[in-house]
Design a protein around this ligand. Sequence first.
Ligand code: PLP
Length: 325
Amino acid sequence: MLDRSTIWPYDMEGEPGEFYYARYGSPTVAEAEARLGGLDRGTALLFPSGAGATTALALALLHPGDTIALAAGCYFGTGVTFATLERWGIRHVEFDQTGPPPQGVQLVWLEAPSNPFLTMPDLEAAVAQAAPVVVDATVATPVHLRPLEHGADFVLHSATKYLAGHDDALLGAVVCRDPRAAEELRDFRGRTGIVAAPDPAWLLLRGLHTLELRVQRQTQTAAALAERLRSHPKVAAVRHPGIGGLLSFDVAGAEEARRVETATRLIVNATSLGGVTSVLESRARWEGDRVPAGLLRLSAGLEDPDALWADLEQALERASAVTTS
Ligand code: PLP
C-alpha cells in the first residue's frame, strides 16, 4: 500500500509507535525493505538513489584517513562519489577484483559483475581479509547472486535498475548481514536525512513481483546477443559473464561507436540499464579513456531477442557502410 504520510499519531498513552515521522521510517518504505531483505537474506535499507546509498554507507562506516579498496573498472560514478569524499579525508585505491584486495584498507568495495567491464569479483579472497566487504550487486541482482551468503557484509543496489525495472524510479538500497550494523546505518540515515520516499519504494514493490522473470529473460537475451556479436566481423571484444542482462562490446573507435548507437531503431540510445526497454550507449562519453574508445554498453530489455539482433545487425551494417564509402 502506498502511504504518503509524513506523520502518524502517537498511541493512546502519547508514545510514538513504529512510525511517527517519515525521516525515521515509513510503512511503504519498510514494506519494500522487508521484501528486498528477504531476497538478499539480510536487513535492507532504502536510500534516495544508488549513489545516495553509496555515500551514506561510506560516511557511516569510515573516518578521515581511511582508505577504500575499489574494484577497478566498476561503475564509473562510484569512483566519482569517492573522489568527492576525498575532501573529508576518505581515500580510495583501485585494484583488480578478480584477485585479493590490497592489505591495510578499511573497506573493500566490489561489483558483481562490474559495469561496463563485466568482471566477477573473487569474493572468497575478499572476505578472507579483515576489512568489511561491500558488493555492489546491481547487475547480478539477488536472482543470480546473494553476496551475504558468501560472507560479504553489505550488498549495495542501484534499485533504479533491475529491482524497480521500469526506468521510472530512482532508488538505492543497502542490505546488511549483521542486524546491529543495519540498526547503526538506520540511525545514521535518520540523522542525516538520506532517506527514500514512499513513491519510488512503491514502484520497487511493484517491480519486485516480476524481478525473477525479467532478469531470467534479460540474461537469456544478453547471452544470445553476446554469442551472435562474438562472430560479427565488426566487433572486436564482447563481454558478458553469463549472468545478468548487461553486456559490452567494442567496435573500431569512437566515431564508429557513435554511428552504431545512433543507428538503432528498437534499441534506445540512452544511459542506464536494467529496465524493460533495451538501451545502448558508448561509454567513452562519460568515462573518457578509462574505457576503449569504441566500447558500447548494451542493457537487454524484454523485447523479442531476434528483433533486437536484427536491429543491432542493421546498425553495425549502416555504421560500417559510412566508414567504407
Ligand atoms: N552502481 C551501479 C553498478 C550502477 O550502474 C549505478 C548507476 O548507473 C549506481 C550504482 C548508482 O545508482 P543511481 O544511479 O541509482 O544513483
